[in-house]
Unconditional design. Structure first.
Length: 374
């Protein structure tokens, strides 16, 4: 994560703030037009301070004090003006950017200064069930947040279900929907612009793409469109969670082809297990190495033992999840993921444990858990 501070007049400050808002791994720190405040503020050695030369013109005597600040600096000023160039040298500026080229050049400088990150093969999971009402969207949503809480790498969540609930389960309306992104790409939008249009929770490095607002819009998205969006996300995210519709549709098969892990959700109910078992028979032929059954609400008193469940499925569940009581509904009503709203809840703990297992296997166990307060 790169921290960018801005010492500038309002016009330059607004431009810098707008540019940085599209950078997932950038945090805006101090923003001021007061040089003395900038001099006395704390900085990290790898931070970047963007300095507007117009402020230095009125306070040239403070230039030496600004130069002593122990962080990296970039000046915004008139390129070709020798006096400006001398001030940039005195400031020990890494670069001098003309105000007319600020929007073009500053992002490239920031990209060069970003700390090198470990390159990971994308881990893509599809959360699927042959039966509705088993908590599929709740699991997908909270798994994505649980991954984002325990990894420093970017995570994405895509609602591939035309009747999906991901958008409705969040506290605020996410940005572009899956349909919006597909239409934009068809119209010639670049992948970079498409990514910028998405809803991002920067504190968690989490990107969310909800389903279309109107279910009928789903007809505008074909399997090829979905593959393009998923490819775009796997190129820029280390983890991708997909919430799929029920049934082995062409759209679902396109998503399952991309997945490295398929979480098949079941519940300890005979009708549900029968439907899931039929899907498992087909999935075993197509994706034998990817499958893992999650038995949700495993602690419910339905009269079926875990052995009976395994027998009906023809496969032992890889994970068993408790119901969590009323907490999942309570969290959804508050527009908050359960792992944030009530992290000590039994279901939240189980999903955090699954995410921790995945992150630990890929990144090591010494991960910094970050709790995002809203």
């Amino acid at each position: 994560m790169l921290v960018v501070h801005v010492l500038a007049d309002p016009a330059v400050m607004g431009t810098v703030s707008s540019i940085m808002s599209s950078k997932v791994d950038v945090t805006l720190g101090l923003r001021t037009n007061n040089i003395r405040e900038a001099i006395t503020s704390p900085y990290g050695p790898d931070d970047l301070l963007v300095v507007d030369d117009q402020l230095l013109l009125a306070s040239a005597g403070l230039l030496a004090s600004l130069a002593e600040i122990a962080c990296r600096k970039v000046m915004v000023g008139s390129v070709g003006d020798q006096a400006v160039a001398r001030r940039a040298l005195a400031l020990e500026s890494l670069d001098l950017i003309d105000p007319s080229r600020l929007a073009e050049e500053l992002p490239m400088i920031v990209d060069r200064l970003m700390p090198a990150s470990e390159v990971l093969e994308p881990w893509v999971t599809a959360v699927y069930s042959a039966k509705g009402g088993v908590g599929k969207s709740t699991v997908a949503l909270n798994l994505a947040f649980a991954l984002a809480l325990q990894s420093e790498h970017p995570v994405a969540l895509v609602d591939c279900d035309p009747l999906g609930d991901i958008g409705a389960m969040l506290w605020e309306k996410p940005g572009a929907t899956l349909v919006d992104v597909v239409r934009g790409l068809r119209a010639g939008m670049t992948r970079e612009k498409a990514l910028q249009s998405l809803h991002q929770i920067k504190a968690l490095n989490l990107t969310i793409i909800p389903a279309g607002v109107v279910p009928q819009e789903a007809a505008d998205v074909n399997p090829g469109d979905l593959e393009e969006v998923l490819t775009m996300l796997t190129e820029s995210h280390a983890y991708l969670v997909m919430d799929l519709a029920t049934g082995l549709t062409d759209m679902n098969l396109a998503a399952l082809d991309v997945a490295s892990r398929i979480f098949v959700l079941a519940a300890p109910e005979r009708v549900t297990l029968t439907n899931v078992q039929r899907s498992l028979n087909a999935l075993r032929n197509l994706y034998p190495e990817k499958l893992a059954v999650l038995l949700n609400r495993a602690d419910s008193d339905t009269g079926l033992t875990e052995e009976a469940v395994s027998s009906l499925l023809g496969l032992k569940p890889r994970y068993t999840l408790p119901s969590g009581g009323a907490a999942p509904i309570r969290a959804a009503n508050r527009g908050r993921p359960l792992v944030l709203a009530e992290p000590k809840n039994s279901l939240a703990r189980s999903l955090l444990a699954i995410a921790g297992e995945v992150v630990g296997a890929r990144e090591g166990i010494r991960r910094r858990r970050r709790w995002y307060a809203r």
